[in-house]
Design a protein. Structure first.
Length: 281
């Protein structure tokens, strides 16, 4: 039987789980696993349910569940597990995060459909071609930024993109674009946020004698590198490390953290609650 993934969030109140599980039971579905969380500060409730059902139409199941839970005013989605979300990857010249995502996707470790790679440089077109993925070079300057973002919007619409991943894309998206795609753009930052901003972050870290370096994957907002955090990791360093060795260590952390964040989002385990996130294990 097809496996489906249900994600739901709404104001926390009694009866939400009962309404959903009873409806699934009545439709002959079998729940495989379930995670739920009531967030006290925001008063929001989040739930992710993975279930198998003879019903093949996820939209039909979602409609039935929305009707059953209508009094809770939920944001509710159901999708088939074998129909992964569609990704658009954005990159500049650094390829380590892009390569990691492509390799994991090719190995079947990332449940996504990579539809397109967009870059403001043409350097990585050959890499995209080696994986059979379309590549679009969209140059960005101060004069062409608005046009470039319009081309990006067109690509997102034409390919029904669910998520944009900035795999070390070294351009700042406009506030208008980040608001339009709120909750649909993930970035990797070369620091355990908050941290060193601007050029040569590992040189800044070395100069300050840091003992931990890390990386942060977060949703993109119109506040630069201040978006809700999805995943983080760190690595201990010492006075013996140079900026170059720290940069190498940092690249490894960036790869891992970004891929973990993308996987969590693709599996429906990430919930955006204002400036915070709930991420189920």
């Amino acid at each position: 039987m097809p496996i489906h993934i249900l994600t739901l969030h709404c104001p926390d109140q009694p009866g939400i789980v009962a309404a959903i599980t009873q409806t699934l039971f009545e439709r002959g579905a079998n729940i495989l696993d379930n995670a739920q969380f009531g967030d006290v500060p925001s008063g929001e409730f989040c739930m992710r349910t993975r279930f198998e059902s003879a019903d093949e139409d996820a939209a039909e199941i979602a409609t039935a569940l929305r009707m059953a839970a209508a009094r809770f005013a939920p944001t509710l989605d159901v999708r088939r597990e074998d129909e992964p979300p569609r990704l658009l990857l954005m990159v500049s010249k650094l390829d380590h995060c892009l390569v990691d995502i492509l390799q994991r996707w090719h190995a079947g470790e990332l449940p996504v459909d990579i539809s397109l790679i967009v870059s403001n440089h043409a350097d990585l077109a050959t890499l995209a071609a080696s994986y059979g993925i379309d590549f679009e070079h969209i140059a960005v300057t101060a004069d062409t930024k608005a046009h470039a973002e319009q081309r990006l919007r067109a690509a997102v619409q034409a390919r029904s993109i669910d998520l944009i991943v900035l795999a070390r894309y070294m351009q700042v998206l406009s506030p208008e674009l980040t608001r339009e795609f709120n909750g649909r753009v993930i970035n990797i930052h070369h620091s355990f946020l908050p941290g060193f901003k601007g050029a040569k972050p590992y040189h800044q870290a070395w100069d300050r004698g840091v003992k931990l370096i890390g990386a942060t994957a977060h949703f993109v907002t119109d506040e630069l590198d201040e978006g809700p955090i999805i995943d983080q990791d760190v690595h201990r360093v010492s006075h013996a490390d140079t900026p170059d060795t720290m940069r190498i260590i940092g690249k490894d952390i960036e790869r891992t953290v970004l891929s973990r964040a993308v996987k969590a989002w693709a599996e429906g385990r990430v919930f955006l609650l204002g400036h915070r996130t709930v991420v189920f294990a």
